[in-house]
Design a protein around this ligand. Structure first.
Ligand SMILES: C[S@@+](CC[C@H](N)C(=O)[O-])C[C@H]1O[C@@H](n2cnc3c(N)ncnc32)[C@H](O)[C@@H]1O
Length: 252
C-alpha cells in the first residue's frame, strides 16, 4: 500500500493528512486492506484513491447518477474490484451494510443534507466496528457567515447567523450548517469518541485562485492549511470542520 497524501490539494490536504495517519497506524498493527464505508461518497473522490491504496471501499449513496459516475471512475482507475457501489440512505445504512464491520467510515459533506442528522450519525456508528474510526466533514456556519458578509451579501450573512439551522432561507441548497459544539454533540450522542478536530480550507477559499493553484503556490497553501488546521482561531473560521471519532471497544 502506498501513502496518498502526496496527491492532496490545498482544499483536501488536511483531511487526507488525518486519514493517512489513521491508515498508517492501522497498517502498523495489522498490514491488511481495510474495510471502508463512504456514506454519500458520490462519484468516488475519496473512494477511488483509497481503493488505489489497496483498501476495499463500499460507497452508499442515494443518487443512481453519482453511483454510475463512481463505477465509471473506478473502472478507469483499474480498481473496480475493490469498490462496491450501493444505493442506500445514510439514515438506514443497516439495510445495505453489515453492522459492526467497517474499520473506517467516511461521511463527508452529507450531514448538511440528510433528513435526520441524528439518525444518520447513529446509523454510521452502528456500521463501524468497535475500535474503528469515523471521519466526518461538515460545512462550518461561521465561515459561511463571514464569506457572505465579505462578499457584500449582508442579508444572507445575517440569515445564516440567526437561523437555528444556519440556513439562508428556503432556497439554500443545504438544510443546515454546523457549529463545532453542534457537530461534536451529534457525534458523541451516537456513542463515538471525538479524537481530533480540524478546520479544513482555512485559506484555500480566501486566497484568489486558491483552489486552482499549482507548483510553489500550491505547496505554500498546503503548508498553510496544515499549519492552521488545529490552531485557534483559524480552525474555527475554516470553511469546513473535520472530526475524527472512534467507536469505543467497550460500550456501556
Ligand atoms: C455534496 S456531495 C458529497 C460527495 C462526497 N462525499 C464528497 O465529499 O465529495 C453529497 C452526496 O451525498 C449524497 N446524499 C445526499 N443525501 C444522502 C443520504 N440521505 N444518504 C446517502 N447519500 C446521500 C448525494 O447523492 C451526493 O452524492
Amino acid at each position: 500500500m502506498h501513502r496518498i497524501l502526496a496527491h492532496a490539494t490545498p482544499r483536501n490536504v488536511v483531511v487526507w493528512s488525518v486519514l493517512d495517519t489513521e491508515l498508517a497506524a492501522r497498517a502498523a498493527l495489522r498490514p491488511a486492506p481495510l474495510s471502508i464505508v463512504d456514506v454519500g461518497g458520490g462519484t468516488g473522490g475519496m473512494a477511488v484513491p483509497l481503493a488505489e491504496a489497496g483498501h476495499h471501499v463500499t460507497v452508499v449513496d442515494t443518487s443512481p447518477n453519482a453511483l454510475a459516475g463512481l463505477t465509471r471512475r473506478a473502472t478507469e482507475a483499474g480498481v473496480a474490484d475493490r469498490i462496491t457501489a450501493l444505493q442506500g440512505d445514510a439514515d438506514d445504512l443497516a439495510q445495505v451494510v453489515p453492522a459492526d464491520g467497517a474499520d473506517l467510515v467516511l461521511c463527508h459533506n452529507v450531514l448538511e443534507m440528510v433528513d435526520d442528522p441524528d439518525r444518520a450519525t447513529r446509523s454510521i456508528a452502528a456500521v463501524t466496528r468497535p475500535g474503528g474510526a469515523v471521519s466526518v466533514l461538515v460545512a462550518n456556519r461561521a465561515s459561511a457567515v463571514l464569506a457572505r458578509a465579505l462578499g457584500g451579501h449582508l442579508r444572507l450573512a445575517r440569515e445564516i447567523l440567526d437561523d437555528p439551522d444556519g440556513r439562508a432561507g428556503t432556497r439554500d441548497t443545504l438544510s443546515r450548517r454546523f457549529e463545532l459544539s453542534g457537530i461534536t454533540g451529534l457525534v458523541e450522542a451516537a456513542g463515538l469518541a471525538v479524537e481530533q478536530v480540524h478546520g479544513v480550507r482555512v485559506l484555500a477559499d480566501l486566497v484568489p485562485g486558491g483552489s486552482d493553484t499549482e507548483g510553489a503556490t500550491a505547496d505554500a497553501l498546503r503548508d498553510f492549511e496544515l499549519a492552521t488546521a488545529a490552531r485557534l482561531p483559524y480552525r474555527d473560521i475554516a470553511s469546513q470542520l473535520h472530526l475524527l471519532a472512534r467507536r469505543p471497544v467497550t460500550e456501556d
